[in-house]
Design a protein around this ligand. Structure first.
Ligand code: UT7
Length: 319
């Protein structure tokens, strides 16, 4: 009998501190109206002094484990997606594993920027399908505000911090139906942090983004993802109950919803209050819609994301 993975529980966590568009108006040459019209964002949460990515990941993970009705000791795989790890190494997944008092199971980070959680979920699903794990903790967490130049109005207005998590477990029925993961490094300089280990770059550790070029590629690529998922599974647009998109920009989300012929009532939107939390955006949005009762057991959910690399991908699942 085939093994599949199914979502057992979800969790999310946002740092307390909120930065509104009005706050940004006081710091930059921008307006609340411009930010809302171009992005749909009203506010974003950001870490406080001393608060790190793993500080956000831990409560999100604990909530997902509680919601799954299991104990941390039952987790036999941890995959954590982040662009803003607490340290270069050991991985944030190892730090999280230690906080949860879990010992011995594989734990590793995935770096696919905003597509990180979709990558992490796709990889964890494959561990479960091959029998290499039976209960996996999959986390997307970011202290993204730490790599933002708060004087650059082209980037700082869109990003925020947070963490989302799911626990997936082995089952005889899907669960996760398919995951499609892609990358094209030819685009890496359109959205990147040039700083690295010994690469000769001496500037600050900040995100640089050619926003409008990223925007154009994101819209066409996410449109292709919709076709890819539907064709691969012999499904119709009407088979999708919920779209849980990466929360980069309201206009990108609306374009993908149009491609799916989905009314915005079936699209989970958090970009207005969270901003773009990179690898945390999809699991945070998913957790919110599960907890407020919108996404029900048995419904079909399409998660998709696009980000630096470029990377892009989707996970189609029955909740
Ligand atoms: O999550 C990973 C992937 N990332 C994304 O998907 C981000 C995709 N990109 C975007 O969301 C958008 O490109 C932004 C929201 C970042 C920018 O919006 P845009 O509509 O693409 O604006 P733009 O960069 O083309 O700039 C248009 C104008 C420019 O002024 P001029 O040259 O026309 O006079 C900018 O200088 O808007 C100006 N501008 C701003 N004005 C007020 C840029 N940022 C701001 C700002 N406030 N914050």
């Amino acid at each position: 009998m085939s093994i599949y993975s199914r979502i057992l529980g979800t969790g999310g966590f946002l740092p307390k501190k909120v930065v509104t568009n009005r706050d940004l108006e006081r710091m930059l040459d921008t307006t609340d109206t411009w930010i809302q019209e171009r992005t749909g964002i009203k506010q974003r949460h950001v870490v406080s002094d001393g608060e790190t990515c793993v500080d956000l990941a831990e409560p999100a993970a604990r909530r997902a484990i509680d919601a799954a009705g299991i104990t941390p000791g039952e987790i036999d795989l941890i995959v954590m997606a982040t662009t803003t790890p607490d340290q270069i190494f050991p991985s944030s997944a190892c730090a999280l594993q230690n906080r949860l008092d879990i010992h011995g199971c594989p734990a590793f980070d995935i770096q696919a920027v905003c597509t990180g959680f979709v990558y992490a979920l796709g990889v964890a699903d494959k561990f479960i399908r091959t029998g290499s794990a039976s209960k996996a903790l999959v986390v997307g967490a970011e202290a993204f505000s730490r790599i933002i130049d708060w004087t650059d109005r082209g980037t700082c207005i869109i990003f925020g911090d947070g963490a989302g998590a799911v626990v997936i477990g082995a089952d005889h029925e899907p669960g996760i139906i398919t995951s499609c993961l892609h990358a094209d490094g030819a685009y890496r300089e359109l959205l990147h942090v040039p700083a690295g280990v010994g690469n000769g770059y001496n500037g600050a550790l900040f995100v640089e983004m050619k926003g409008n070029e990223v925007f154009r590629v994101a819209v066409t690529t996410l449109g292709r993802i919709v076709d890819e998922v539907l064709t691969a599974n012999g499904m119709e647009r009407s088979d999708i109950d919920w779209l849980v998109p990466h929360q980069a920009n309201m206009r990108i989300i609306q374009a993908t919803a149009r491609k799916l012929d989905l009314p915005m009532e079936q699209v989970v939107v958090t970009v207005d209050t969270h901003g773009n939390t990179s690898a945390a955006s999809v699991p945070l949005a998913f957790d919110q819609a599960v907890r407020d009762g919108r996404i029900q057991r048995g419904q079909v959910v399409l998660m998709e994301a696009f980000g630096g690399g470029f990377t892009w991908g989707s996970v189609l699942l029955r909740y």
